[in-house]
Design a protein around this ligand. Structure first.
Ligand SMILES: [Cu+2]
Length: 549
């Protein structure tokens, strides 16, 4: 790499001036190009962060491929179609789409039917800008083709870790050698430089003082980071409980640590002193058993009390919202005009029905698809079965087919069993709304119902003191009352750009860190207005009964 750069530098000495000119010109063109897009790219950035970052980064592969240079690689019309519904394109047999799907281990990209052409163009404009960071400069001021920052820092941190290890090792060897020298000198001269028992005892006091300074400094320096304002009604009780626990355990920590280190100093080894033999003291045993027992009982009962109060049944007027977790992102669902969240079933999950809700036309579509998959596998099975003497490879294909066939059969059977399920297809899902961010009204109870598609996630709303596991197959819930609108918290934090988010608090895979969805707390009037402006995902006037015939 270095050699190559040096070589190209030499090559460029002659044409150096021209080269600089060309570079400056291209930079100028690039800047104007980017500027002409900037207005859209800003909107695109928000859309990209809200919808895509859970699976994509511009400069590196996450769940989906890196998107740098995608505008040059593919036609815009293709991209728009793909982003709206990649699965439909794959099924239609678009060669590029099928190839991508295969290359990415059949990872399913969420469909974004709700995005308009303009919005998708904005996102593409944002991707074309290369994202947040400017392109990483390489030696000679030349920028890597299509390269974006993000890979270099990883290497840097790698080298610095090595440097630290080497330095630590060198220091260790140095100290050992110093001691060896001192030992040699004292052996030759017969003089004692220091008394190790005494030094160790003195070091105990040094450690005590340093440790305590570190402890209090940590509170002072990083405590404010944990001091997140509370924006919910029940949060007051949670904060109280945490404060009481922290005061009690903090006090005990300081007292016991001082005693521990002080005793190690005070009762250090001295020549001639003998340790006292002290076998048992009932009074002491009782004191140090009963006092912690009482303290812990109070803490646990207090916690139990707070938790019971928080997890009571939600009030009847609570706004019901479904929060759905998947690798890697969140979906929300609101009841439509009927004010009732429709039923769902994991068997119904498909590329166009990511929440698996009970929409008859979606049921029909997935049923047809599952039946076709089964039929194909059966044909394949028949063909494979004619082979009396399979090679190793063919035997593997037969076994593979068996597993797939069993799965496909299971899916079809489970779907058939759902067909006449009137409770599932009660029509309530038809007008459900699936927006891209969560809105909730201030000072009104909100009931969040959690579902998960793949692994255990955990919904975490730090400002509302809400955290609840989302477990596949086990619906969970949490109700709370937000007390500060987004505008109010912005004023309180003196940060006009601040937004609440719902995060994932369970390490659930490669893009876990990116799993978040914006939460907006509106005034009740704004909330009503917002909800009214949302459109149902599916055709609300579709006949409800088709799946039941
Ligand atoms: Cu997660």
């Amino acid at each position: 790499m270095h050699l190559k750069t040096d070589f190209s530098k030499q090559m460029n000495i002659q044409s150096g001036k021209n080269f600089t000119r060309i570079m400056m010109l291209s930079a100028l063109i690039l800047v104007t190009f980017v500027q002409s897009w900037a207005a859209d790219a800003a909107k695109g950035k928000d859309l990209f962060e809200a919808n895509c970052t859970s699976c994509h980064a511009i400069d590196k592969k996450l769940v989906g491929p890196a998107l740098a240079g995608i505008g040059e690689k593919r036609e815009e019309a293709w991209l728009i179609k793909w982003i709206r519904n990649s699965q439909a394109m794959i099924k239609a047999g678009d060669p590029i789409a099928v190839k991508l799907f295969e290359e990415n281990n059949k990872g399913i990209m969420t469909p974004f039917e709700q995005l308009g052409d303009e919005e998708i163009k904005d996102i593409l404009a944002y991707i074309a800008t290369g994202g947040e960071k400017a392109a990483a400069p390489v030696e000679g001021g030349v920028t890597e083709a299509g390269g974006v920052a993000g890979t270099a820092p990883a290497q840097e941190s790698g080298t610095s870790t090595w440097m630290i290890v080497v330095i630590m090792l060198a220091l260790f060897i140095l100290i050992v050698q110093l001691f060896n020298i001192l030992k040699l000198i004292s052996e030759y001269t017969g003089k004692k430089f220091f008394n190790p028992n005494k030094t160790n005892a003195q070091l105990m006091i040094v450690f005590l003082v340093l440790g305590m300074i570190g402890f209090f400094w940590e509170f002072w320096a990083h405590g404010p980071l944990a001091d997140i304002p509370n924006a919910s009604k029940h949060g007051v009780f949670i904060d109280n409980m945490f404060d009481i626990t922290l005061y009690i355990t903090g006090f005990v920590f300081v007292v016991t640590q001082i005693a521990l280190f002080w005793f190690s100093y005070k009762y250090q080894y001295k020549e001639g002193t003998k340790a006292v033999f002290y076998a048992h003291n009932n009074r002491l045993e009782v004191i140090w058993t009963v006092i912690p027992a009482i303290a812990l009982t109070i803490l646990v009962l207090n916690g139990f009390n707070v938790w019971s109060n928080i997890t009571t049944k939600a009030p009847a007027n609570a706004h019901e919202i479904e929060v759905f977790a998947y690798q890697f992102g969140w979906k929300v669902r609101y009841p439509g005009a009927d004010n009732k969240l429709g039923q769902s079933n994991f068997n119904l999950i498909s590329g166009t029905n990511d929440l698996g809700i009970a929409i008859p036309s979606e049921y029909d579509a997935i049923m047809i698809e599952a039946a076709k998959t089964l039929e194909d596998l059966e044909t394949e099975s028949e063909f494979l079965g004619q082979n009396d003497d399979p090679t190793e490879e063919e035997a593997k294909a037969i076994a593979d087919n068996k597993v797939k066939l069993k799965r496909a059969q299971g899916h079809v059977n489970r779907l058939k069993a759902l067909k006449n399920n009137e409770r599932l297809f009660d029509g309530a899902a038809q007008d459900d709304i699936i927006p891209t961010e969560i809105h909730i009204p201030v000072n009104e109870p909100v009931l969040m119902r959690f579902r998960a598609r793949d692994v255990i996630h955990s919904a975490y709303l730090p400002y509302f003191r809400v955290q609840m596991n989302c477990v596949p197959g086990l619906p969970t819930q949490f109700w709370f009352e937000p007390t500060k609108t987004t505008n109010e918290i912005r004023t309180e934090k003196n940060d006009p750009k601040f937004d609440y988010y719902l995060f994932c608090a369970k390490i659930c895979g490669a893009a876990h860190f990116n799993m978040k969805i914006k939460v907006v707390v509106d005034s009740p009037e704004d909330y009503k207005k917002w909800l009214k402006a949302q459109k149902p995902r599916y055709n609300a006037s579709e006949p409800v009964k088709t799946a039941l015939n």
